[in-house]
Design a protein around this ligand. Structure first.
Ligand code: ZN
Length: 418
């Protein structure tokens, strides 16, 4: 237990702790969020990183944790999760939203939070509860209080969709079904919903800038550029970013011009759209693993059957984004596939043409910077919060090694040690 001594109330700032806790982490190398360094170690003081490099002055009461053969690196950020969803081959999205009780969904989310943390993801950007209302705000608080183990959560609460565009859909026009997100009509009421979600705890505003509401079920834009810009201006004045689900060139263009921070999916992006993203500093969170998983649920045998058209398109557009120099976030839309299997997206980023070192940066410093937390955590740097993991071997040589998590520390507390 830490005991605080105060010299007097008059000089309350002179409070000091007699029992600062020091932990020295010794692995084989350190990936600091940007580059790999051999023979570095990390000294943690309470919940912060005190020193990194070749450490000279080690305080007397330091506990040393030896992690031979490992790479110490920042706890990773899952850039696109849904802790309140579970794989669609277990239960369809519609049935999760309509038939599972909120208690069940929360119970599942508690399990998902734990496996995510133990898989080395110390932060998630959770982009919508999909029908579980504002329960992400409660889950986040419960983790912060230390009641259950889980990652830091950057939450979107309900997310925002255009009225009539989202789901679940009823076969009968007379039956009103619970929706997976908050419906608005456009510029008239989008700001109001942004304010409501901020008031309920949203750290980020998620908007579906297009959705499958075309006459033949094809994706089409849902909001005008003006409505999106109104949402961005409202969110920005409260210090929040707007992120959009968008896969059509039109939806993406409107979102970029409206000033959003990230585009999720971006499947049908063109060279021109990616140039515009680069120019306006909008990052892409490609969610490669989600589309891949859904196709496999529908019967595609990966590696055996030929690649479906949507996979061919996805690979092509992802490579165009890389060529255009668009900032790439790491986020798989996990929830569509199993929580704890977050590394699947990182493996696919390499499979689709990114270098492993770039993928590691995406999952750490890039995600932290793009989401606005770069000066707080997810770099191994003096003064930042101690969210540190160790993986076996060198993941730059083989990205799959990010699955071999030997150690997890979040906020200076050890959650896993093998
Ligand atoms: Zn999603």
């Amino acid at each position: 237990m830490r005991i605080l001594f105060c010299i007097s109330l008059l000089i309350a700032n002179s409070c000091f702790s007699q029992t600062d806790k020091y932990i020295l982490l010794k692995g084989h190398r350190v990936f600091d969020g940007e580059n790999m360094h051999s023979n570095w170690s990390v000294l943690v003081k309470n919940n912060k990183i005190e020193q990194v490099g070749i450490i000279q002055n080690i305080p007397a009461n330091t506990e040393t944790i030896n992690l031979p053969g490992t790479t110490l690196m920042p706890g990773m950020i899952e850039g696109h999760s849904h802790l309140f969803l579970h794989p669609y081959d277990e239960t369809s999205w519609n049935d999760q939203v309509l038939k599972e009780s909120r208690a069940e969904r929360t119970a599942r989310a508690v399990n998902h939070a734990k496996v995510t943390l133990l898989a080395g993801f110390t932060t998630v950007r959770d982009l919508g509860t999909e029908g579980a209302l504002f329960d992400d705000a409660g889950l986040k608080k419960t983790i912060e209080k230390g009641v259950i183990p889980g990652p830091r959560m950057i939450i979107a609460t309900k997310a925002i969709v255009a009225k009539g565009s989202y789901g679940p859909r009823s076969e009968s026009p007379d039956v009103e079904l619970t929706q997976g997100a908050a419906e608005v009509t456009g510029i008239e009421d989008i700001a109001s919903e942004v304010r409501t979600q901020i008031g309920k705890g949203a750290d980020v505003i998620k908007i579906y800038a297009d959705y499958r509401w075309g006459q033949n079920g094809e994706a089409m834009p849902t909001f005008s550029e003006e409505a999106l810009a109104m949402a961005v201006a409202t969110a920005k004045s409260g210090g929040r970013q707007v992120v959009v689900h968008s896969s059509t060139p039109d939806g993406m263009r409107r979102s970029i011009l409206a000033g959003v921070s990230t585009i999720e999916h971006g499947d049908e992006g063109t060279a021109e759209i990616f140039r515009l993203m680069k120019e306006r500093k909008v990052a892409l969170c490609p969610t490669l693993a989600a589309g891949d998983a859904i196709l496999q649920y529908r019967g595609w045998k990966k590696g055996v059957d030929p690649e479906p058209a949507s996979i061919v398109t996805k690979k092509k557009s992802f490579q165009m984004a890389l060529q255009a120099g668009v900032t790439i976030c790491m986020g798989g839309d996990v929830g569509v596939f199993s929580h704890g299997d977050n590394a699947r997206e990182m493996e696919m980023m390499v499979e689709y043409g990114m270098k492993p070192l770039e993928v590691l940066r995406s999952a750490t410093s890039v995600n932290a910077d793009v989401f606005g937390y770069g000066n707080k955590f997810v770099r191994i740097k003096t003064g930042l919060l101690a969210d540190i993991i160790a993986v076996q071997g060198n993941p730059v040589e083989d990205i799959k090694l990010v699955r071999k998590v030997a150690f997890v520390m979040k906020d200076g507390k050890v959650y896993k040690r093998e």
